[in-house]
Design a protein around this ligand. Structure first.
Ligand code: PXG
Length: 457
């Protein structure tokens, strides 16, 4: 028996407007336009209450990497809910799914990772990571080492910790004061720079902003550097190849912790298990969520490297931190089956060697479009820069909201892409076929035409 009432689209829209506060939403605006009600999904397609079929070029919200309609995941959840729907892992208890998953996670991560702390989401993973980092330096009798350095335009979640660590200007401007102890350096966004340096030189320059910041603050006060391997919500900022090796060098030289926030990049998005693997860095901690369950149930966590775990365990006593849903049995069972699917269907190899390169090539072809100033894509994570003038790369007037227009045109024409300002981003499921990739590119081209017409009108 379905627990969810069947209603008409307009009834749902009315109830939605009256009762539901959505994430990151202007409700006065939404009240006028009404929500698009998504009712079901299959493969790489979602369907709305009017029966429109839309290719989900964003994998939900960067998470449904295995596509919709995965019966194995439904069965894994149902079986676990029957066996043991919930028990906590406080008070010296544990249960098989959380233990099995911990073991599997340490096998797919770099060798320094032998332990995991579970959370219910990416934001909770980030908060957990912040508390672990602070605790680590306290236990080493360096309590003054508290400052964590992140990047401008980084997204690390919406908890007060994630908001403070993150570099999203508008988000940070609301509801202060923020948590102290976070500093921000420039992001490795070559297209967004004055482009006077060649990309590789720019990458080294951007990385050296970390060194400059450490020297400015004093290494005695710096705890860690945190970055998304590729910034996702910030607009798929793909760093030049020179960037991460230089970040690694600086973290090593100054002895600070290196942390990658793998909430989007983790579990295959870049054609490697983790973004850190793609860029050849050795993080001390990694935060994850989203793709670990293909988004079918909420789960997040922090992989804790030996350097940190050994100190926490040997010297730390009780760590006063944890969540009711840390290691939820059904979420862990779904994550285990997700890992099975990734391995059985060789989805990471598929992103790296097959559908990734195929889509990348087609995506690069969109650079021919008159309002596209740059295209970029690694694995299945890409962006298009919309520009007013293709020759000078001058952007549209930001007040015109051309990116938002393009996003709306995309959805109306059967494809989900997300707009970050005038940067269009895409991150389709790993199971995307070549035919579906062709469809994605055809639709994107058509939507760019329509956007150009709208922007010039
Ligand atoms: N870190 C990173 C790198 C993320 O991308 C979080 C932490 C927080 O995860 P939770 O599970 O608490 O949402 C994220 C989440 C967007 C968008 O519009 C991106 C995210 C969330 C919502 C919207 O691109 N990323």
């Amino acid at each position: 028996m379905a627990a969810v009432e069947k209603r008409s689209r307009s009834e749902w829209q009315e109830l939605d407007s009256e009762h539901y506060l959505h994430p990151f939403t202007d409700h006065k605006d939404l009240g006028r336009k009404k929500s698009r009600i998504i009712t079901h999904a299959d493969g790489v397609y979602i369907y709305d209450a009017d029966g429109n079929k839309i290719l989900d070029g964003m994998s939900g919200l960067w998470c449904v990497n295995g596509g919709y309609g995965r019966h194995e995941l439904v069965e894994a959840a149902a079986a676990q809910l029957r066996e043991l729907p919930y028990y906590n892992s406080f008070f010296q208890c544990a249960h098989p799914p959380s233990i099995e998953l911990a073991t599997r996670l340490t096998a797919v991560t770099q060798p320094q990772f032998n332990r995991v702390f579970y959370t219910g989401s990416g934001s909770e993973a980030v908060d957990t990571m912040i508390r672990i980092v602070r605790r680590y330096w306290e236990l080493l009798d360096r309590p003054e080492k508290k400052v964590m350095i992140a990047r401008v335009n980084a997204y690390h979640g919406s908890s007060i910790g994630g908001t403070s660590l993150g570099g999203m200007k508008l988000q940070r401007a609301q509801g202060g004061p923020l948590v102290p102890g976070f500093e921000h350096i420039e992001q490795p966004y070559w297209f967004g720079s004055d482009r006077k340096m060649p990309p590789e030189e720019f990458g080294r320059w951007a990385a050296r902003q970390l060194e400059k910041k450490i020297q400015e603050i004093g290494v005695d006060k710096v705890a860690a550097f945190v970055g998304e391997p590729i910034q996702g919500a910030g607009g798929v900022i793909i760093p030049p190849e020179s960037y991460w090796p230089e970040i690694q060098r600086i973290c090593d030289e100054y002895g600070i912790l290196l942390i990658t926030d793998e909430v989007i990049c983790g579990f295959g998005r870049l054609g490697h298990w983790f973004g850190a693997d793609r860029y050849g860095v050795r993080p001390d901690l990694m935060t994850f969520a989203k793709g670990v369950t293909f988004g079918y149930l909420p789960l997040g966590g922090v992989m804790v490297g030996d350097r940190v775990a050994d100190v926490l365990i040997d010297k730390g006593g009780e760590f006063f931190h944890g969540y009711t849903y840390s290691g939820h049995p059904a979420s862990c069972a779904v994550a285990l089956e997700t890992l099975n699917i990734i391995e059985r269907e060789k989805l990471i190899e598929r992103v790296r060697d097959d559908i990734g390169p195929y889509l990348q090539k087609k995506w690069a072809g969109l650079a021919e479009h008159p309002i596209v100033g740059e295209t970029r894509m690694v694995g299945l994570m890409g962006a298009l820069e919309l520009v007013r003038d293709k020759k000078t790369l001058e952007r549209f007037d930001p007040n015109k909201g051309v990116g938002t227009t393009c996003r709306n045109i995309c959805v109306a024409n059967g494809i989900v892409m997300r707009a970050v300002g005038d940067t269009m981003v895409a991150a389709p499921p790993f199971v995307l076929t070549r035919t579906e990739a062709d469809e994605m590119i055809e639709k994107a081209w058509k939507c760019l035409d329509l956007t150009m017409a709208a922007a010039r009108a």
